[in-house]
Design a protein around this ligand. Sequence first.
Ligand code: SF4
Length: 126
Amino acid sequence: MVEREMRCIICPLGCVMRLFFDGEGSAPLWAEGAECAKGREYAERELTDPRRTLTSTVKVRGGCFPLVSARSSAPLPKHMLLPAAALLRGVSLQAPVAAGQVILPDIMGTGTALVATGTVERALGL
Ligand code: SF4
């Protein structure tokens, strides 16, 4: 049996939970310290399938800014964040870029899109 402490980040109360589970990748058998069921759900996700939203920037050619901000349309498995970020270093867009524009429809076969969150107009004179 493994014991681990984890802070719930679902609401500002930030309950600190003590989790008891069988080993890496297994769901908690017991959780103490959570004030509600959402904390236990969060702990289970964190232990079995941790995910994070990817936020990054992508190069823009011919724009009034050299980069545009972007984020994944849904959280990605945590272990894919660094490979996905590395993949983005090779991506560039031609200006203009509009907020909401799909940059990559399917990040590394996850079915999750990368979407521009900013706008970059075409640079004058280019
Ligand atoms: S366990 Fe519930 S009350 Fe505590 S931080 Fe998480 S969501 Fe908030």
